[in-house]
Design a binder for this molecule. Structure first.
Ligand code: ASP
Length: 309
């Protein structure tokens, strides 16, 4: 069995001056996951390592660098999953450096799937997570954005995903390990200027992530739209019927488009990868074993690569 990794760094209107940072970020994450898998670690370990790295990277809307809510705070959502419908999620957590690690703990140490807000934070403390200061997650760029948005009467969070020069993205990863087991993870600070307590698609099973029949999918984009169509569940269902993951991803994004939704999806199974998005850009990287890594960000990049593993 060959191991493989696919990473996304969010589907948004990523501005030209942020392209390099996004490409570098997804490349580093892909590298980290590949290294774990090469060492024989599980796909779950590889996903956790890749997403943790991106949560520390302020380029992305996850962990440090997240968008802030209407009261200027960082509230984050994350999901981690592996096969057999095994997943854990956290919603609207604060003061945690790596929500993906907390999501894994929910999956492995509770008989629940989802913990929110105060409950998730209490659970984190119980398990020895160090609380980090709100300032360590909040960066100057986001504070500036917060004050800019606060002054605008007509701001809509969906604008950020489409033709507005202020993009940065959620992070997602899918890995398959040497035993053929798939794992998925997504982490986000959500959307800019969201209401306190707003939860997007990311931690919702079938919306932000889904794995079934050895096919995995993770999403990014405007969460309210993604939830409506259950994007990743749709993508996996299509993959069971379609010839390739690329066409399954394409069909799922078409469904999103039907409701004027904006976003992207990445997919993986034992044979291939699938990538599609209808936002101006989505940063992605993928690699099979030690073959050369493929990286892209523009719509035409989806076709430039032969995606098959
Ligand atoms: N889907 C995330 C949310 O709506 C945001 C993103 O993917 O960039 O919370």
């Amino acid at each position: 069995m060959k191991y493989g990794v696919i990473i996304h760094g969010g589907a948004w209107d990523i501005p030209d001056d942020a392209v390099l940072d996004h490409l570098q970020g997804v490349q580093e994450a892909c590298d980290t996951a590949s290294k774990s898998l090469r060492e024989g670690k599980s796909s779950l370990d590889a996903v956790e390592a890749a997403i943790s790295l991106m949560e520390h990277n302020p380029t992305f809307d996850a962990g440090r660098g997240s968008f802030v809510n209407q009261i200027g705070e960082v509230e984050m959502d994350a999901i981690i999953a592996t096969e057999d419908f095994h997943f854990g999620s956290v919603c609207a957590v604060t003061n945690i450096a790596n929500p993906i690690q907390l999501a894994r703990l929910v999956m492995e140490k509770t008989n629940h799937h989802i913990l929110v807000g105060r409950g998730a934070n209490l659970f984190a403390l119980e398990h020895g997570f160090k609380e980090v200061s709100p300032e360590s997650l909040l960066i100057g760029r986001e504070l500036e954005r917060y004050y800019q948005i606060k002054g605008k009467k007509d701001f809509h969070p969906k604008d950020t995903f489409h033709r507005k020069p202020n993009g940065m993205g959620t992070v997602g990863a899918l890995c398959i390990d040497l035993t053929g087991k798939i794992a998925a993870g997504v982490s986000t600070g959500g959307t800019p200027y969201k209401r306190v307590g707003r939860v997007g698609d990311t931690p919702i099973w079938g919306a932000g992530a889904y794995i079934d029949a050895h096919i995995g999918a993770v999403a990014t984009g405007y969460g309210e739209d993604i939830i409506k169509v259950l994007l990743t569940k749709k993508a996996v269902e299509y993959a069971k019927r379609e010839e390739s993951l690329s066409s399954a991803a394409f069909k799922a994004i078409q469904d999103l488009e039907q409701i004027s939704g904006l976003g992207g999806v990445i997919m993986l199974n034992e044979q291939e990868f699938g990538i599609d998005f209808n936002t101006p850009r989505m940063a992605f990287a993928f690699q099979v074993e030690s073959n050369s890594m493929q990286v892209g960000i523009n719509p035409e990049d989806r076709n430039r690569f032969k995606i098959h593993r």
